[in-house]
Design a protein around this ligand. Structure first.
Ligand code: UDP
Length: 461
């Protein structure tokens, strides 16, 4: 790997939540292996509090002017709605301050790679003569949905629960499959605005980078490529070593905002037979009702196989009393795990997931079939794609009251892990894993796009 000041320098600016830091830091690592130098700007915090060990990548905290921590937990909707404007004002100011500093002048950047949900970062970047690359942490398909709704091409009637004007490639979407910020825009005005603002200035970005791979979203990528600035699919961003299960326990840089219980998880998984564990996680933000947690607990207790369930600290009180003892041996609950290592482990063969985009792409890339239980944001659309387009999962169904029963949890997991009817899904999942690996291998679609991006950067603006 080339090192040193002669190399091109990229600034990377994520919105500081787990599902955005992960892919942007992983992508930074990949760019570094192509000879770029990276300064990873983290709004809001002190890097030690983030627990990021990014090796040779320079982590540069920039203040958002508040004492609050990285956004996690139950009040995300409210805190983002209320805090996003304040965040923008303060981080704009801090970013300007950094770009005016001697530190920056001594080592200026060739490009700023910024999170699509902070599209205003491009204005600052261009003001300082730095070209912008917009990084999308959601699938291209979902991005196209936001775009078309924002343009008024797709019309959503929240009260009538209907959607009209979908182009043929999206015709499979029903109202319930829309991202929640579109289907329930009135409930999340601040967030809805942010997702539409992704397109306020995107034509001024030099590159649009998507954490996806061409083969997964071929039709929609071709469709938007005809209308938008240069689109580059560069995913999955996950470290290549995870694409090969034999390397799953190798060391890699840490990416977690929460401390993963790595040893406990991996030792426990090592003690289990191959394909005998269902992994269950709702990501870093989703919060389930207590009744729903109890039903999931009852369902997991009934499955024929074992389970590893991520129950964040804020969710623990919702578990039935004494549950951990009742399922001891068969089930393990931890607050946070090294998810890539878990998904790559030979014991794991099913993922009950909330369908966050990172979790979805990680499961597809590691060949783990999914039981989909979307909660909000782009998850309903991702769930639809997983089940009906990519054939890599089954949808868990809620009853008339919106509750997913224990029996349904049990049936869906058994369908994937035990029953003959899960065979086609297991095979499809293995195929996606193969295609993800091929996209990243030398000469694959994502590899070529990354090479193009790196060589474009090397040309002076
Ligand atoms: N993750 C993890 N350990 C866990 C649960 C999740 O490392 O116990 C990681 C996961 O691998 C993914 C990210 O956290 O990269 C969650 O992002 P996603 O988009 O799936 O969901 P979000 O948290 O944004 O809802």
């Amino acid at each position: 790997m080339m090192e040193g000041r002669g190399n091109r320098h990229a600034l990377v600016l994520p919105y500081p939540i787990q599902g955005h830091i992960n892919p942007m830091l992983q992508f930074s690592k990949r760019l570094e292996s192509h000879g770029l130098r990276i300064t990873f700007l983290v709004p809001n915090s002190d890097p030690s509090s983030l627990g990021i060990d990014a090796g040779s990548i320079k982590i540069k905290p920039i203040s958002d002017g508040s004492d609050t921590d990285v956004v996690t937990g139950d009040d995300l909707g409210t805190s983002i709605n209320a805090g996003m404007r304040r965040f923008e004002i303060k981080v704009r100011e801090s970013l300007r301050g950094f770009l005016e500093s001697d530190e920056y002048h001594d080592d200026p950047a060739d490009v700023m790679i910024y999170d699509s949900i902070i599209s205003w970062a491009l204005d600052v970047s261009l003001e300082f003569g730095i070209r912008g690359a917009m990084f999308f942490t959601q699938p291209c398909f979902v991005t196209a949905v936001y775009y078309l709704v924002g343009q008024g091409v797709v019309r959503v009637d929240e009260k009538g629960r209907s959607v009209e004007g979908l182009p043929p490639l999206m015709s499979m979407l029903e109202f319930r499959d829309l991202p929640s910020f579109v289907a329930q825009g009135e409930a999340y005005p601040g967030l809805t605005r942010i997702f539409f603002e992704q397109f306020s200035n995107f034509r001024e970005a030099k590159w649009l980078l998507f954490n996806t791979f061409f083969e997964l979203e071929e039709e929609v990528v071709n469709w938007v490529a005809n209308q938008w600035p240069l689109i580059l699919t560069i995913g999955p961003t996950i470290p290549s070593l995870y694409l090969d299960k034999r390397l799953a326990n190798d060391k890699d840089y840490s990416l977690s905002l929460a401390k993963p219980e790595t040893e406990t998880c991996i030792n426990w998984l090592d003690s289990k037979d191959p394909d005998s564990v269902a992994y269950v996680s709702f990501g870093s933000l989703a919060s389930l009702g207590e009744d729903q947690m109890v039903e999931i607990a009852r369902g997991l207790k009934r499955i024929k196989k074992n389970f590893l369930w991520i129950v964040r600290e804020s969710e623990e009180k919702k578990l039935p009393q004494g549950f951990a003892d009742e399922v001891s041996g068969k089930g393990l609950m931890v607050r946070w795990c090294p998810q890539l290592q878990v998904l790559a482990h030979q014991a794991v063969s099913c993922f009950l997931t909330h369908c966050g985009w990172n979790s979805t792409l990680e499961a597809l890339s590691l060949g783990v079939p999914m039981v989909v239980m979307p909660q909000w944001t782009d998850q309903p659309t991702n769930a639809k794609l997983i089940v009906d387009v990519w054939g890599a999962g089954v949808r868990i169904k809620a009853d008339g009251t919106g509750m997913v029963t224990a029996e349904e949890v049990e049936m869906c997991i058994n369908d994937i892990m035990v029953e003959e009817k899960g065979k086609a899904i297991r095979e499809k999942s293995s195929r996606w894993k193969e295609l993800a690996r091929m996209a990243l291998e030398g000469g694959g679609s994502s590899d070529l796009n990354i090479q193009k991006f790196v060589s474009d950067i090397s040309l002076r603006a």
